[in-house]
Structure formats: C-alpha cells, structure tokens
Write a protein that binds this ligand. Structure first.
Ligand code: ARG
Length: 569
C-alpha cells in the first residue's frame, strides 16, 4: 500500500480541501505531519492554532489514526495504528498502467572503435535505472544505443588502418567485395588504439587530416572497400560494447541504432526543412537558425551539412527524431548525456519544433555531471590517461579484493566482481545526477556506510535468515517495537519514493531509499532476534514475515538499480 497517498487522500477528503502531508525524517513525534490547519486558516481567515484545535478531532476520528497532536504554529502530527500498518505493509509489485506511455530512451550511446570511457559510466548506469523505473511504472520503453558509428571518427579509423596496412585489398582500385576477407580482422583492444593514434596524428599532419575527411565522405557515399572494412570492425566493436554492458549488468538495448541508421533519413528531413524554408547557406555549409528574440544566452545555429557537404552530428540527431517518430511514434523521447551537451539538445529540440518533427514538451534532455578524482578534475588513471570504463571496473575490483583479504574473507572472483560493480553503480546512483562527484575507489567499496556493498550485505543477510528458517512466515497481531514499526513504515514508503524518482528523474531517491531501508532492516535485525531458540513461535513467525517483506522490498529496489545479490558475502 502507498501509505502516504492513503493518509493524504483520507485527510483531504475528511476536511474538504487539500493540505500538504509531510513525512518527518524523525518519526518519534508522528509518522506524518499535516499543515491542514495552516492552509485552512488562510482560507477562513482564522488563527491557525485555534483552527488546529477544531480540525484535530476530525483527524482523530479517522480509523487508521492512533493519535494526533498539535505542534508548533498549528501543524498536526499523526501516529498510525499498529494493526493498520501490520495489515497493509506489503512488498511492492510492478504497476499495471492503464495508459502506458511509449518512451524512447537514448542513453549509453557509445562510439564505434573507441573504448567506453568514464564519460559513459553515468549515462549507462543512470539510463539503465531510469529505464527499469519506467518499466516498473508500467510504461513501455524502447532503448537506443545511439552509436557514434558514421562520422569523422570512422574516417580516422579507416585512414589509420590504411596507413598500417596499405597493401590490404580494401584500399585497392580493383577491390572485389566477394573475395574471402576473413583473415582481415582485429581484436577489440587493438581496434581501440586506432582512433586515438589517428586523431593524435591528424592534429599535427594536415595532409592526414585531409585524407580522413576524404575517406569519411567516400565511406558515406558507399565506397565498397571502406564499407567492407567498416563491416568488419563494426561487429567487433559492438561485441566489446556488449561485453561491458553485460559486465555492468545493464539491460541490453532494444536498438543498437545510431548515426549511421539516422543518416538514411537525412534526405527526408532535408526535404521537410526546405519546404519550411529552414535551411540557410552559410560559408558553404547549410545551417538552421534556432535563436529566438527572447534568448539572453548565446544560441548558435545547428549545422545540417558542413562546408564539405558531409552530414553532421546535428543532422543525424535531427534525422533520429524523424526516424523514431516514424517507427515507434513515442509519447516521449528522453536523452541522457553529459550536461556539456545541453546546448546541442536545446538546439535539437527547437529544430524538432520548427520543423514539426516532435512536440517540444515531450522531448527532454537529462544532463549529468562529471566524475572527478580527488583533485576535483575529471578522474584519470594512475598513468594520467582519461580512464576507460574497463579500467574503472578493474580499480573497483582491486579495491574490493584488497578489502576482503584484509578482513580474511574468502570470496570467489565472481562474487568480488559482483560487489565491485554494485559499489560503482550504487555510488553513481546515490549522487544527485546533475552534479559532479568525486570518485574514491576506497570509500565506495566499503562494507559500511552508504555504499553498494552495505546494501548487498544486508540483502545477503536477510536471504540467509529466510533460508535457515524451518517454520513459515506468518503474521500475528502484536504491539510493534519501534524498530519493527520504522521498518514497516519504510516499506510502505516505497511507492511514494518510486513515484518521486520517476517524476523528478532522480535515481538518487532510489539509492537513498535502499540505504535507509537497509539501516532500518539492520536495526530490526539487532533488536528483534528472529530464529533464536528462546523466542516463542508466534513472535518468530511474525518476525519472519516482516523479514520476508523487507527482503522482497529490498530486492525490488536493488533490481531497479541493476545490482546482483551474491549468495555469500
Ligand atoms: N556518442 C555520443 C558520445 O559518446 C553521445 C550521443 C548521445 N545521443 C545522441 N542522440 N546525440 O558523446
């Protein structure tokens, strides 16, 4: 049951106007607090404390209210009856939604032939959790890994391969696509070195840069050799993306469709833009002006074709909106990237509106902050390089391993990896998405405090109690202890939490809920022995019942974060 909503609705109905219900952090004085008297006093021009006195008996009449008192300038604190809590606390279930939205989600969005780096951590983890939240709420999501698979970086990679293997058939005039090409292959790690090498060279060598541009244009125009080569490295790169996604326990994408796919629709979009007179020539390029008179901040135009006639990142993003509307016809499109791309998305949404491609009210960008090192600058590995996602995972694994051997715990490699991934993910999710945070491998892998390992440890503990129990969990009416009461109330806060997380696109609400729940579970575990011999059977059964719904609520919460629970810790 969504206790908050139930209580709030009941009070509003009883009083005939809408008041605000608060859940105090400290529930010693009441489970809820309402400002009904303050709201009512404004309406009726009365003294709030006096009105509180009139309202109080009405609230006390509600059948779930154990007691109610006036506090401060006229707040009313409410305590809920134990038996009402006991009867109505249940583990959450996914929602059935009568009016499910179709939501296209664009996150991950990795680049072909470039390893996943730290900048992709948050889009992957938060995107996955938002996706799981939307699905839990009964919506239909369609996730897109909108890959960087078509622009200049592809030209870079091909130009580099040409440089190191000039004799390969892809670069010969008499290239025959029907020949056996199976010996021309790379491993993923080798492939990932090509782009950085080429881009470093292109910075100093103008001729090489010209060649990159030429190759990019020819690839896009259908050059058979370049396209055959592209078709060789593309699946290698995709496979390595999928390996990392799997390691992170992220749902697989519904579509691995990125810039290349969108490029197929650029001509259709061009037609629309021309009809609406939105394309303008500017120094040989074609641009779309999106500035409004009311703008106070700079708002540069979008570039549709650059001066070499190539399709741009801007153009493929516009075309992707067109494609999604055409194929999914979603109610909403949501993008999740580093907040440094905010301007790009503001421009994109304006073009979508100007060209009539998508309703600007239903297209949104969520921009996240940077992950920094202890020095407050973007996190780097020890050798000073921008960290790859695989490096970060390894750093977390090493930190968990060091910690377990310090504590003489014997854990197998899979378990260590599961804990390390949970540590990374939980730490990412618990921070306010829009702000930067400092990544400290040591503290995020701690088994105590607001960490992933602490959450997993709590879940493992509950699983182990339930596995050891030889009697059934069964509810018996009894006076609740403080720790039982607090735990059950927290379980009943689940629905309110997921709804706020959904409305605010705030994954930290889920992570912090999980942490609070774990603290209350552990407090209950310490003061309410469950299976101890001296406990009578009815008490045992009730405590097992509470343990079970607490475990189920925690598991639902960890599932939303994509955390795996080990069997042993
Ligand atoms: N591939 C881009 C990157 O790695 C992100 C793409 C985000 N999605 C989009 N539709 N532009 O930065």
């Amino acid at each position: 049951m969504n206790l908050y909503k139930y209580v709030s609705d009941a009070i509003n109905e009883k009083l005939g106007f809408n008041a605000n219900l608060e859940t105090p952090r400290n529930r010693d004085f009441g489970d809820f607090s309402t400002n009904a008297a303050l709201v009512g006093a404004k309406i009726a021009h009365k003294n709030p404390r006096e009105l509180a006195g009139e309202i109080l008996p009405k609230i006390q009449e509600l059948d779930f209210v154990a007691s109610a008192d006036i506090a401060g300038p006229g707040f009313i604190n409410i305590k809920i009856k134990d038996d009402f809590i006991l009867k109505n606390a249940t583990a959450p279930h996914p929602y059935k939604n009568d009016k499910p939205l179709v939501i296209d989600m664009d996150y991950g969005a990795y680049n072909v032939a470039k390893s996943l780096h730290i900048g992709h951590l948050r889009t992957s983890i938060v995107g996955d959790t938002l996706n799981r939240i939307f699905r839990f709420m009964g919506h239909k999501t369609i996730s897109y890994n909108h890959m960087g698979d078509w622009g200049r970086s592809m030209g870079m990679v091909i130009a580099w391969i040409k440089r190191i293997h000039p004799d390969w058939p892809f670069f010969q005039d008499n290239f025959d696509p029907a020949q056996d090409l199976s010996k021309y292959t790379f491993d993923a790690a080798e492939l990932n070195t090509f782009y950085p090498a080429a881009s470093a060279l292109a910075k100093q060598d103008e001729k090489f840069m010209d060649e990159v541009h030429l190759i990019t244009a020819e690839l896009q125009r259908g050059h058979p050799g370049y396209n055959a080569l592209y078709n060789i490295f593309m699946p290698i790169s995709l496979k390595s993306m999928h390996d990392t996604i799997e390691k992170l326990n992220i749902l697989s994408f519904d579509n691995d469709l990125g810039e290349k796919n969108a490029a197929l629709y650029v001509k259709d979009v061009e037609k629309i833009l021309r009809e609406k007179n939105l394309l303008q020539e500017s120094d040989g390029a074609e641009i779309i002006v999106v500035k409004k008179d009311t703008d106070t901040a700079p708002m540069p135009p979008m570039m549709f074709y650059n001066s070499r006639g190539a399709t741009t990142y801007d153009a493929t993003d516009i075309a992707a909106v067109f494609y999604r509307k055409l194929t999914d016809n979603p109610n909403k499109i949501i993008y999740l990237t580093d907040s440094r791309q905010s301007l790009h998305f503001e421009q994109l949404f304006r073009v979508s509106e100007l060209a009539g491609l998508f309703d600007i009210k239903n297209i949104e960008h969520i921009g996240y902050g940077t992950i920094n090192g202890a020095d407050g600058k973007p996190f780097k590995t020890r050798n000073g390089n921008a960290a790859d996602l695989d490096d970060i995972i390894q750093i977390a694994i090493d930190a968990v391993r060091a910690r377990t051997s310090e504590n003489n715990k014997e854990l197998d490699n899979d378990t260590i990896e599961t804990i390390a991934i949970a540590a990374l993910k939980f730490n990412d999710l618990m921070h306010d998405l829009r702000s930067d945070y400092i990544f400290d491998p040591d503290s995020v892998t701690s088994f105590e405090g607001r960490t992933g390992p602490y959450v997993l440890y709590t879940a493992v503990r509950l699983n182990s109690v339930l596995a050891r129990a030889t009697i059934d969990a069964q509810l018996h009416e009894h006076t609740l202890s403080t720790d039982e009461r607090n735990l059950l109330l927290a379980i009943m806060d689940f629905d309110k939490t997921i709804q706020s997380a959904y409305e605010n696109r705030a994954t930290d609400m889920i992570a912090n809920y999980a942490y609070n729940l774990c603290q209350l579970i552990n407090a209950f575990y310490h003061t309410c022995p469950i299976l101890r011999d001296d406990i009578d059977i009815q008490t045992k059964q009730s405590r097992l019942y509470i343990t079970k719904i607490a475990r189920d609520t925690l598991v639902t919460t960890t599932n939303l974060m994509g955390l795996k629970i080990p069997t042993k810790m």
